[in-house]
Design a protein around this ligand. Structure first.
Ligand SMILES: CC(=O)N[C@@H](CCC[C@H](N)C(=O)O)C(=O)O
Length: 382
């Protein structure tokens, strides 16, 4: 039997209880495998790569392969929702809704495990979307090679959209991101003798301040970019000069060109601060697979047309967002479409209070099963 709405909610709650950080999703992988192995197996082949799971569904007229990807990792966030099925893993939470993503993928898979598709389908349960570009790692390790999709789909939950509403757009959906890790290394000393030390609170503060000029002074005002420094750690106590400052942040831009331009300005400013304060610099600008999420014109046209014209599906065109997604890497290799699924919450993604509305799950499953069925017919008739 395909998984019912009630089954899916129960599964989502099980997954929600056991969030794990990227590349450590062992319990999650075991639970997913148990659920997948309980489905009818006639059309399925299952393989694993590290904590990832790949499931191939044999199509009856297989000349084409459609991929569907979900991420499976949680975040290092302490849950504050008060829900009875809250995280049982201290300091970890599905605060980005990947439990919803996994559940929707299982719902779609359970349908096609029972109703053989025309095309082959490949379901990718991908680790480490948040921290280590699991999609890029999996692709580059060749885990997909045997079952390489001709096109691919994925969604991210969206607390700002009403539950169950599908959001999408042609072109860029999400920004490309790049992590900033900067360490300024000076010399600690007594607060009374600054002449004998190299104060990294001051150097770090200058870096933070100068970085603010990148978006306001270096970018075309019509173009968009974000530089957020979310972490600054320097010193220990008020009367000791700090010998090091560790500053971490993230760059976001809607094109790779602007992302690279911001990276270059961050590097120039960090190096000039290090020179000016006569200190050392360790700088790591790490983009990994977090390329801009660029939707393919053909698959996205077909996707939007289905969602707009299908009774029971609520569709809304959305603006590009500055969230990042390593699905951008897979979309740079395989044409496809990323979309939003509304889960309606007053709290944002990554909030310790995020409590997505579970009614979105069955709506997402139903919309995607319908779309994938139509898409296979479209492809067959080409
Ligand atoms: C949907 C979402 O929230 N994605 C993350 C992706 C992380 C990108 C990377 N680790 C970075 O911090 O730049 C996001 O923060 O947008």
């Amino acid at each position: 039997m395909s998984l019912s709405a009630e089954n899916l909610i129960a599964i989502r709650r099980q997954l929600h209880r056991i969030p794990e950080i990227g590349m450590e999703e062992f319990e999650t992988q075991a639970l997913l495998l148990k659920i997948i192995r309980a489905m009818p197996q006639a059309f399925l082949q299952i393989k694993t790569w590290k904590t990832a799971i790949l499931v191939h569904v044999q199509g009856s007229q297989a000349r084409y392969t459609i991929g569907y990807r979900t991420d499976i990792d949680g975040l290092p966030v302490t849950e504050e929702t008060g829900l009875p099925f809250s995280s049982q893993h201290p300091g970890k939470m599905h605060a980005c809704g990947h439990d919803i993503h996994m559940t929707v993928a299982l719902g779609i898979l359970s349908y096609f495990a029972e109703h053989q598709p025309l095309a082959n389908l490949v379901f990718i349960f991908q680790p480490a979307e948040e921290n280590a570009s699991g999609g890029k790692q999996l692709y580059e390790a060749g885990a997909l090679d045997e079952w390489m999709p001709d096109e691919i789909y994925a969604f991210h939950d969206n607390p700002q959209l009403p539950a169950g509403v599908i959001g999408c757009r042609q072109g860029t959906l999400f920004a490309g991101t790049c992590e900033i890790h900067a360490k300024f290394i000076g010399k600690s000393g007594h607060a009374a003798f600054p002449q004998n030390a190299k104060d990294m609170v001051v150097a770090g503060a200058a870096f933070v301040t100068q970085i603010q000029t990148i978006v306001s002074r270096n970018l075309d005002p019509i173009q968009a970019g974000v530089v957020t420094l979310g972490h600054f750690n320097a010193g220990t106590v008020g009367n000791v000069i700090a010998g090091t400052a560790q500053i971490d942040g993230t760059i976001r831009a809607l094109t790779q060109e602007i992302n690279l331009k911001i990276q270059q300005r961050v590097r120039t400013i960090a190096e000039s601060i290090a020179a000016g304060f006569e200190c050392q610099l360790e700088l790591d600008l790490h983009q990994g697979g977090y390329y801009p999420v660029e939707n393919d014109p053909q698959t996205t046209k077909s996707f939007i047309s289905y969602m707009e014209n299908t009774p029971g599906v609520a569709y809304q065109e959305t603006q590009p967002a500055m969230t990042g997604e390593d699905f951008g890497f897979l979309l740079s290799k395989i044409p496809g479409t990323m979309f939003w699924l509304g889960v309606e919450s007053p709290y944002s993604l990554h909030s310790e209070h995020l409590a997505p509305k579970e009614g979105a799950i069955i709506k997402g499953v139903t919309a995607m099963i319908g779309f994938l069925k139509q898409r296979q017919i479209e492809i067959k008739s080409k």
